[in-house]
Design a protein around this ligand. Sequence first.
Ligand SMILES: Cc1cc2nc3c(=O)[nH]c(=O)nc-3n(C[C@H](O)[C@H](O)[C@H](O)COP(=O)(O)OP(=O)(O)OC[C@H]3O[C@@H](n4cnc5c(N)ncnc54)[C@H](O)[C@@H]3O)c2cc1C
Length: 357
Amino acid sequence: MWLASQGRGMHIFVSGAGPVGLSAAIALAARGYQVTIADREVGLTDQARAVGVNRNTLSLLTHCGAAARVLEEAQRVRSVRFLQGETLLTRLKVPGQDKRLPTLVALPQSETERILAETLARYAIDVLWQHETTALTQSDAGVEATLTHVGTGETRAVSADYAFGADGSHSAVRRLLDIDFPGRQVGGTWSVADAECDFPWPEQACAVLSDVCEVAFMITIGAGRYRLIANHPDVLETARRLMPVNRVISDNAFHVDLRVAEVMGKGRVALGGDAAHVHSPVGGRGMNLGIADAFAFAEAVEHGDMAHYRAERLAAAHRVVRWTDRAYRALTATSSIGVFARNSALRTVGFLSGLRT
Ligand SMILES: Cc1cc2nc3c(=O)[nH]c(=O)nc-3n(C[C@H](O)[C@H](O)[C@H](O)COP(=O)(O)OP(=O)(O)OC[C@H]3O[C@@H](n4cnc5c(N)ncnc54)[C@H](O)[C@@H]3O)c2cc1C
């Protein structure tokens, strides 16, 4: 067994304190490494983003105690209702929800991040907020990062044995490593809203399909509140057609890209999370995939094997991006053959199996 004390002496720098950077810092701290984690924002995000936390993430967060807290606060998504417009298409039971670690629970990303930051604080590690990674160089012996204070412009140097770029889709670390991020945009403007709704069905989530390439998702976030996401600019309009929407808590637009970095890092610096791969929110995989990167990175540091990290996580990223792309195309199918194939798939539990890992 790896003892925490063995890790001391090695120092790891993590750029970005979203869910992936925080998870990496926890995984590294649990192994006894010194960690510096910095983020250019003033604090944790309050944006409406990820909501699904899957079993693999819960399993990775069990040892540090965060999974138990997620399970205390999250909602179990036991079944999903699929509508074609306003007509019931099918109801699907999410498999494995009664297990100790369920397949999928719903918790707003801001709450997950709060739990992760509190877990990290138990290892006596605080995030350096308002510190942006602005330069990064490396040699065979280590990594030198420069952090610039967003308010004062003061710089501070960080010397580390390894670094992890978890600084999101516009990653400075990826740019500083000169790594391409090829791909394309998916659809036009998407919308995401949190609202209090009179959800009229017993299911905890609903997908609304259409015959004009539009799709909307509604998922419980607790106590009559729902997160609504659509691949068009007005998810609230879709919700209002189906149920009373009593209060809008937030309402935002976003764009979706489908991209995978050409490599998951170089030398002693690795990329993880949205810095390395982005895709549509279908299936709720982005944050979960990134958290798996974070724990794999900590293991790679332990074994001194970044090449294995790069190969394994690149393959995982391509697998998930392919799955979400196929699922998105199926959900937005408009041809009669595509709709028939999609509806047949929806009637099997197999369609939901991609949610698991
Ligand atoms: C509407 C929506 C719904 C989604 N639903 C799901 C879902 O249900 N399940 C799921 O798994 N995923 C979902 N996702 C995806 C998920 O939100 C992202 O995959 C996740 O936030 C990625 O985490 P991250 O830590 O890699 O990046 P981010 O969350 O983007 O965090 C990156 C951090 O890096 C910081 N940063 C940026 N540049 C620098 C710099 N130069 N120096 C220092 N810090 C920097 C940023 O301030 C930020 O805090 C959804 C996304 C959206 C938009």
